[in-house]
Write a protein that binds this ligand. Structure first.
Ligand SMILES: CC(C)(COP(=O)(O)OP(=O)(O)OC[C@H]1O[C@@H](n2cnc3c(N)ncnc32)[C@H](O)[C@@H]1OP(=O)(O)O)[C@@H](O)C(=O)NCCC(=O)NCCS
Length: 163
């Protein structure tokens, strides 16, 4: 699969495509990720100050996705990052992370925080390469039924906004 890819904000009509990419991601079955319903996704992506981006490949629909939700006034949390296995290794995952970081900067957040499932730690070098550093702080949106995730933070260097 190749061709021009557009990264754009997610809209209601993209929910099935976003969900399908998540379900095709190949996440460990012990993670709560695979039990995400369309209703969960809609609630998460379209809550107050929340949103996301999709990567859309001409003639192939949604091939990548990422979401974000605030945690207070200084921190934007990044979640639900995935690309279809057929398009991996072409920089799309990094572009989706950068789309969230640009949005966070524009919206005045000081940092982006994300949580890696205990069952998905192989992805950690990907985030470290993008400038994320391990943090011992808890994850505000953690699933109480899952083991505590590993938290990573990137400071954006944007001027702090009023809290
Ligand atoms: C993580 C993910 C979004 C990266 O997407 P991508 O489109 O391949 O991203 P990029 O092309 O920008 O970067 C790929 C790099 O990340 C590395 N990487 C990503 N996930 C990895 C993993 N689980 N194990 C090992 N390496 C991984 C790749 O090896 C590759 O490295 P390279 O550039 O040296 O070859 C994709 O692998 C994915 O959807 N994984 C399953 C869902 C997931 O784990 N999401 C993260 C939740 S915290």
């Amino acid at each position: 699969m190749s061709g021009p890819v557009t990264i754009r904000p997610v809209e209601q009509a993209d929910l099935p495509g976003f969900h399908a990419v998540m379900m095709a991601a190949g996440m460990d079955p012990r993670s709560s990720w695979n039990r995400t319903t369309l209703t969960d996704l809609e609630r998460s992506l379209f809550g107050a100050d929340s949103g996301g981006f999709i990567a859309e490949l001409e003639n192939a629909g949604v091939v990548g996705c990422v979401g974000y939700r605030p945690d207070g006034t200084q921190t934007l949390t990044l979640n639900k990052l995935a690309t279809r296995p057929e398009v991996r290794g072409q920089g799309l995952g990094a572009r989706l992370v950068q789309a969230v970081e640009s949005h966070a900067s524009r919206a005045g957040y000081a940092r982006v925080l994300l949580a890696v499932s205990q069952f998905n730690q192989d992805v950690i070098p990907f985030y470290i390469r993008l400038g994320y550093a391990r943090s011992e702080e808890p994850y505000a949106h953690a699933n109480p039924a899952s083991p505590a995730p590993v938290v990573f933070v990137k400071n954006l260097g944007t001027p702090a906004r009023a809290s």
